[in-house]
Write a protein that binds this ligand. Structure first.
Ligand code: PGA
Length: 250
């Protein structure tokens, strides 16, 4: 029912040469059984969208402003992302919540702006190690969900990425039970808030240290509809086996 999604987050990595990785990726997956999304830095969105035009690799941004236009030096609106060829935007990544003081209220406003511009919002949630150790994970996820996800969300324009902060870029992967507990919890709350139809259709990705050698164990967990991949999305030779693993599950 839910089409799986392999999403790559290039973060602050990538120059014009990196567009070759997109060409390789598209060549390796001419007719993928899953959706593929790559979110390069904003400087590459327009070129990436041209490279991927007509190919099954969609392009997204990594952040957007809450407003459509205005005096916000250095910022980009959702409409601008859309105009440059993006169809999605990552919002509320923990690095933005930490580095830029983004609150869940801001994330919700950004997601609403993304929806208004016709973009799919990939909203990131996740607990810190201290919060997990204090057994607060589900409370944190619940609070982030109710504040970060706007009422404009549908099965088509909302994707959730559960990304435990302690797993991002660390090589530390939660075990299947830990991932499953949070994904089931998110699913239940989505169904309760948006109704069984929409709530069941919204995709929930896992993110944090997904690599070619561990992807299949992540993808076997129920309610995991794909992955948001950082480091291993930078090169087609790493991202490709992850996409293949996702295609082979369920
Ligand atoms: P990672 O990053 O795959 O490099 O751990 C994931 C993310 O931050 O989205």
């Amino acid at each position: 029912m839910r089409r799986k999604l392999a999403a790559g987050n290039w973060k602050m990595n990538g120059l014009t040469d990196s567009l070759d990785e997109l060409r390789s990726l598209a060549r390796a997956h001419p007719d993928p059984a899953v959706d593929i999304l790559v979110c390069p830095p904003a400087t590459l969105i327009s070129q990436a969208a041209q490279v991927c035009a007509g190919l099954p690799v969609a392009i997204g941004g990594q952040d957007c402003h809450t407003e459509r236009t205005g005096a916000h030096t250095g910022d980009l609106s959702a409409e601008m992302l859309k105009d440059s060829g993006a169809c999605a935007v990552i919002l509320g990544h923990s690095e933005r919540r930490e580095d830029h003081g983004e609150t869940s209220d801001m994330v919700r406003a950004k997601a609403r702006a993304a929806h208004a511009a016709g973009l799919m919002a990939v909203i990131c949630l996740g607990e810190s190690l201290a919060q997990r150790d204090a057994a607060n994970t589900l409370d944190i996820i619940a609070a982030q969900m109710s504040l970060s996800i706007p009422d404009t969300s549908t099965a088509e324009n909302l994707v959730i990425a559960y990304e435990p902060i302690w797993a991002i870029g660390t090589g530390k992967l939660p075990d299947a039970a830990q991932i499953g507990e949070v994904h089931d919890f998110i699913r239940t709350r989505l169904e309760r808030r948006f109704g069984p139809g929409a709530g069941r259709g919204m995709r929930i990705l896992y993110g944090g240290s997904v690599k070619p050698n561990n992807a299949d164990q992540v993808f076997r967990v129920p309610n995991v509809d794909g992955a948001l991949v950082g480091g291993a999305s930078l090169r087609a030779e790493d991202f490709s086996p992850i996409i293949k693993a996702l295609s082979q599950t369920g």
